[in-house]
Design a protein around this ligand. Structure first.
Ligand code: SF4
Length: 398
């Protein structure tokens, strides 16, 4: 069967920069020409990709993230769609998600997306408490977020809401279990089929990270979400993801299963399988608009790549599998990576307290309690790494 690909497209613009965000994006204000330059470079990169492939590239899933894709005007979106339709084959597409911000999402966007290949909208809600939204520096309030969720649903999209926990609990605005419950409850009441729950993290280099804030460990709200959401019909299928049956994000499965993901746009990441000896390549595009614009054209704008093979690839597959409810299929894992590594991974997992890991139907997976302490479990598996990874290289020939 010919390979098919997932696509991650990075839109590097936002209305303004949130103090906690480490994703690459630029505030749109004051750089009106930048989207034009980005679109021109994107057109060159997409054209180059399809030339390498020899025609439109068959896609099974796509994800347009950022940044904030909904800050692009409807006119820019029309041009973006034309570029994508020229370079990619959407006939086998199972899902295409677009990230949106409640304060920039319009009926114009939704109508255009509905008439194209978009199937799913992921809204950055973060909270439905105005004092928390204001502390986070978000430009929307709860009412705007609920209206955006309702509008996206009314156009027939699968809709996901991002929510954030781990905000300060000991000084104003106080995120408590009561306010967290309130946000979860009202988001579910809107009718969404998918919730992503992320912990606020002070990333190095961001204003929040530099301010060295004292933040709670997030254990209680995470545990509450694990208790509450399944009772409302949303199963936890990944460390941060909860969905009603059939509403899981298929695109993310491609990452967790080490399948082909093409990168498009500045600072986008991709992964390609099929190197000699079963190696995989994780690669990243040029990290800024300027570098991306200069690089996209005669060659692909790849800024670096990591070759994953053998033991290192297997360890990453184990950790990625353990992010999900499906865990590690031990027979399939043994066929891919051999008995020695499978035995080593299972030995680590069997050494854990039984309530953290479940062994069932030929699979090893983390229980909800295990997901709450996933980092040290993954770290023990990562410690098995001894060989097999080439570190980042500047490369233009992958
Ligand atoms: S809107 Fe989203 S991508 Fe943009 S700065 Fe805020 S968190 Fe980051």
């Amino acid at each position: 069967m010919p390979p098919s690909f997932s696509l991650y497209l990075h839109v590097p613009f936002c209305l303004s920069k949130c103090g906690y965000c480490s994703f690459y994006s630029r505030p749109l204000a004051g750089c009106a020409a930048a989207p034009e330059a980005w679109l021109a470079a994107l057109s060159r990169e997409a054209g180059r990709l399809s030339a390498v492939w020899g025609g439109p590239i068959p896609l099974c899933t796509a994800y347009v993230g950022g940044g904030t894709p909904s800050v692009l005007s409807v006119g820019l979106w029309r041009r973006l769609n034309r570029i994508l339709e020229g370079a990619f084959d959407f006939s086998g597409l199972a899902e295409c998600t677009v990230e949106a911000n409640p304060c920039s999402l319009t009926d114009g966007h939704l109508a255009l997306w509905r008439g194209s290949f978009v199937t799913r909208v992921s809204l950055g809600v973060q909270s439905l408490r105005n004092e928390e939204l204001s502390w986070l520096g978000r430009r929307h309030d709860a009412e705007t977020a609920l209206a955006a969720l309702g509008r996206a649903l009314s156009y027939g999209f699968d809709v996901s809401a991002d929510l954030m926990f781990g905000l300060p609990s000991s000084r104003f605005p106080f995120q408590t279990l009561r306010t967290w419950h309130d946000s979860l409850r009202r988001v579910l009441a809107s009718g969404v089929g998918h919730v992503s729950a992320y912990q606020l993290t002070p990333e190095p280099g961001t204003p929040l990270g530099k301010s060295n804030p004292s933040l709670p460990d997030g254990y209680s709200p995470y545990r509450f979400a694990q208790w509450y959401l399944p009772r409302k019909g949303l199963e936890q299928y990944e460390i941060a993801s909860f969905a009603r049956p059939g509403r899981e994000c298929r695109h993310n499965l491609a990452y967790w299963r080490q399948e082909n993901v093409l990168a498009l746009g500045p600072a986008a990441w991709g992964y390609l399988v099929g190197g000699r000896g079963g190696a995989g390549f994780r690669y990243r595009n040029a990290p800024t608009l300027e570098e991306y614009g200069a690089a996209a054209g005669a060659r692909l704008p790849v800024a670096g790549a990591e070759r994953l093979e053998g033991r290192a690839k297997g360890i990453e597959a184990a950790v990625l599998g353990l992010r999900t409810k499906w865990g590690i299929d031990t027979e399939a894992f043994t066929a891919r990576f051999g008995e020695t590594l499978t035995g080593a991974v299972l030995e680590v997992l069997r050494g854990m307290p039984p309530r953290l890991v479940r062994f069932e139907d030929g699979r090893a997976s983390l229980t909800p309690a295990g997901m709450r302490v996933a980092n040290p479990i993954w770290a023990e598996i990562a410690d098995l790494r001894a060989e097999g990874t080439d570190t980042w290289k500047n490369t233009s020939n992958i």
